[in-house]
Write a protein that binds this ligand. Structure first.
Ligand SMILES: Cc1cc2nc3c(=O)[nH]c(=O)nc-3n(C[C@H](O)[C@H](O)[C@H](O)COP(=O)(O)OP(=O)(O)OC[C@H]3O[C@@H](n4cnc5c(N)ncnc54)[C@H](O)[C@@H]3O)c2cc1C
Length: 506
C-alpha cells in the first residue's frame, strides 16, 4: 500500500502567514507536501514575462528560508500540474489537495477544470479556500460590501508549523521535474524591480502605513512622486506575499495609531476596489477577450501594427507616453493615472482595439492581476459602457503632473538638455531653437505619430455617438445587473460602495 499524504498546492498565495489551506492541511495531521509548479504553458503565455517568474522564485526562496530551520521542504517543480499530480499518485496515496481559489486567465481556468476532473476520477478531494474578498458562484452583488467586510474582519489563519509532518520526495522524482531547466535569468535579481517575498512585502507595507502615506493622496497621480508616496504593495497582493485581510487589518490599526483618516481612508477604499474588479472577471470571464459591452464590437475593428509598435516601444513622439512606457519596461511599475493615460492613448488617440495592447502591459506590470487588468483596460477604453469616458491628453497630463519634466527627462535622456516646456512638447521648437539646443527633431526623438487634437476629437465623437446605440444601452442594463449593487448605478458607484465599506467596518 502506498503511503497516504495531502498536498498544499501553492498558486498565487506565496506566503506562510494568513494561509487557510496551509493551516487546515497541517491540522488534518497527514504527511503534507508543499508544492509549487512553474507551468511551462503559463510561462510562455502572451500575458507572462520573466519578471513575474523571478518574483515567484524570490517569494519561494523567502518561504524556504523560514521553513528550512524547521526541516520542512518546499518543493518547486518545472512542469504542468497534471503530470506532476499523476506522477505523485505512483508513489503516494494522495488524499486531499488544499489550495486557494484563483481568478486567473483562461489558461489557468482550464487547468483548474482539468485538475478538478483529475481529482474526481482518482477519488482525490480538492478543497479550495476563498481568496481575499472575491466570492465564487456569485450571481449578483447583493450585500457584497458586507460580505467583503466580514471576510476582512476574520482572524488571520496562522498555520501551526510545529505540527507539520513533511513529505520527502525521492531524488529521481525531482530530477524528472527539474530536468528541464528554468531560464537562468530568472535566478538573477533585477535591482530596478521590487523583490518578491513576505519580508520585503512587510517592509513596503509598514513603511507606507507609518511614513510614506503622508503624501499619498497628494502624489497619487504624479508619475515620479507616486513611486514613493503610493504603497507599492500591488505585486505582493498579486502573488499573495500578503493577503488582503492582512493589509486591511494593518491599515485599520495604522489609522487608529496615526489618526490619518484622510490618506489611509483613500488607501483602504482602493483595497476594496481590488476585489471589486477581480469579482468582475470572476463573474464574466469572457472579458479577457471580448468587450464587456457587446455594443462596442462594431468600432475599433482594425489594428495598425506600426502604431501599436510605436506605443509599445515608447516612440510615439509624446514624451509623457514614451517615458511611461520605458519606465514600466525597466521597473515593472507605474501609478494608476499613468496606466490609464497609456490605455487612453492607445485606444482613443491611436484608435486601436484594447486587445492590441493588453498583453504587452500585462507582461510589463510586475503586479499583473488579470481581474484588475482586464477590467481597467476596458474601463479606460470605454468598452464597459457604464463608466464615464475619459480621454486623457498626454500634454496636459505632463503639465499637471510633471511640470518640470523630471520624470520625462529621467526616462528620455535624449530630451534631458531641453527646457521643461520643450521636453514636454518638443515639436513646438522652431528650427532656430532646435539648432540652439543641438536637437534634431525626428532624429533624436520621433515626431508625434498622430495629430492629438484631431484624433481626440474623432474619438470623442465616435464614442459619444456610439453610447446612444440601442445595443450599448441594453448591454449597460445587463452589466449593471450583474456587476453592481443598484440597477440605476453606474460604475462610479464603486466609490460610494467603498465609503459604505468604511462605514460598515466602523
Ligand atoms: C490599465 C490599468 C491596468 C491595471 N492593471 C493592474 C494590475 O494588473 N494589477 C494591479 O494590482 N493593479 C492594476 N491596476 C490598478 C492600479 O493602477 C494599481 O493597483 C496601482 O497603481 C498599484 O500601485 P500601489 O500598490 O502603489 O497602489 P495604491 O494606490 O497604494 O493602492 C493600494 C492597493 O489598492 C489596489 N488598487 C489601487 N488602485 C486600484 C484600482 N484602480 N483598481 C483596483 N485596485 C486598485 C491595489 O491592490 C493596490 O496595490 C491597473 C490600472 C490600470 C489603469
Amino acid at each position: 500500500m502506498l503511503p497516504a499524504m495531502n498536498i498544499v498546492w501553492l498558486k498565487r498565495d506565496l506566503r506562510l502567514s494568513d494561509h487557510a489551506p496551509l493551516q487546515t492541511a497541517i491540522a488534518e495531521g497527514l504527511p503534507l507536501l508543499l508544492l509549487y509548479c512553474f507551468e511551462p504553458s503559463w510561462m510562455r503565455h502572451a500575458d507572462s514575462d520573466l519578471r513575474h517568474w523571478r518574483f515567484v522564485w524570490e517569494s519561494l526562496r523567502d518561504m524556504e528560508a523560514r521553513l528550512a530551520p524547521r526541516g520542512i521542504p518546499l518543493y518547486w517543480l518545472h512542469g504542468e500540474v497534471l503530470p506532476v499530480l499523476d506522477a505523485l499518485r505512483d508513489i503516494f496515496e494522495v488524499k486531499t489537495i488544499f489550495s486557494h481559489e484563483e481568478t486567473g486567465n483562461r489558461l489557468t481556468f482550464d487547468r483548474d477544470l482539468a485538475v478538478a476532473d483529475f481529482c474526481k476520477k482518482h477519488g482525490i478531494a480538492w478543497r479550495e479556500f476563498q481568496t481575499g474578498g472575491v466570492a465564487r458562484r456569485l450571481f449578483n452583488r447583493k450585500n457584497w460590501e458586507q460580505k467583503w467586510v466580514d471576510a476582512m474582519s476574520q482572524p488571520v489563519a496562522e498555520p501551526d508549523f510545529s505540527q507539520w509532518k513533511p513529505v520527502v520526495l525521492p531524488d529521481d522524482f525531482l530530477q524528472k521535474f527539474r530536468a528541464n531547466p528554468l531560464p537562468p535569468a530568472l535566478f538573477l535579481p533585477e535591482k530596478m524591480m521590487q523583490p518578491g517575498g513576505e519580508h520585503p512585502a512587510r517592509r513596503y507595507l509598514e513603511s507606507f502605513l507609518y511614513e510614506r502615506k503622508s503624501q499619498y493622496f497628494k502624489h497619487i497621480s504624479k508619475p515620479e512622486e507616486a513611486r514613493r508616496s503610493c504603497s507599492r504593495i500591488s505585486p505582493y497582493l498579486t502573488w499573495g506575499n500578503l493577503s488582503m485581510r492582512q493589509v486591511w487589518q494593518a491599515a485599520r490599526a495604522a489609522t487608529e495609531h496615526t489618526g490619518d483618516r484622510y490618506n489611509l481612508g483613500q488607501f483602504t477604499s482602493r483595497l476594496f476596489w481590488h476585489c471589486h474588479f477581480i469579482q468582475k472577471l470572476e463573474a464574466e470571464c469572457r472579458m479577457e477577450f471580448e468587450n464587456l459591452n457587446r455594443g462596442f464590437d462594431s468600432i475599433r475593428t482594425e489594428t495598425d501594427p506600426a502604431l501599436v509598435a510605436a506605443w509599445q516601444e515608447g516612440r510615439t513622439g509624446f514624451p509623457l507616453v514614451d517615458a511611461c512606457m520605458r519606465c514600466v519596461a525597466a521597473t515593472g511599475y507605474l501609478n494608476f493615472r499613468m496606466r490609464s493615460m497609456l490605455v487612453s492613448f492607445l485606444t482613443h488617440q491611436l484608435w486601436q482595439p484594447w486587445q492590441a495592447g493588453v498583453h504587452h502591459l500585462a507582461r510589463m506590470f510586475l503586479d499583473y492581476e488579470p481581474g484588475i487588468h482586464y477590467s481597467q483596460f476596458q474601463m479606460q477604453a470605454g468598452t464597459m459602457g457604464v463608466n464615464t469616458i475619459r480621454i486623457y491628453n498626454p500634454v496636459k497630463q505632463a503639465e499637471e503632473h510633471d511640470p518640470e519634466a523630471v520624470f520625462i527627462k529621467k526616462w528620455l535622456p535624449e530630451l534631458a538638455d531641453l527646457p521643461a516646456p520643450f521636453a514636454r512638447e518638443p515639436w513646438k521648437m522652431t528650427a532656430l531653437e532646435a539648432a540652439f539646443y543641438q536637437f534634431r527633431p525626428g532624429l533624436d526623438y520621433p515626431a508625434p505619430v498622430v495629430d492629438l487634437e484631431k484624433t481626440s476629437a474623432f474619438a470623442r465623437e465616435m464614442l459619444w455617438k456610439h453610447k446612444k446605440d440601442p445595443l450599448v444601452k441594453a448591454e449597460n442594463q445587463r452589466i449593471l445587473r450583474v456587476h453592481t449593487k443598484r440597477k440605476d448605478a453606474d460604475e462610479t458607484s464603486v466609490m460610494g460602495d467603498a465609503k459604505t465599506v468604511r462605514r460598515l467596518a466602523g
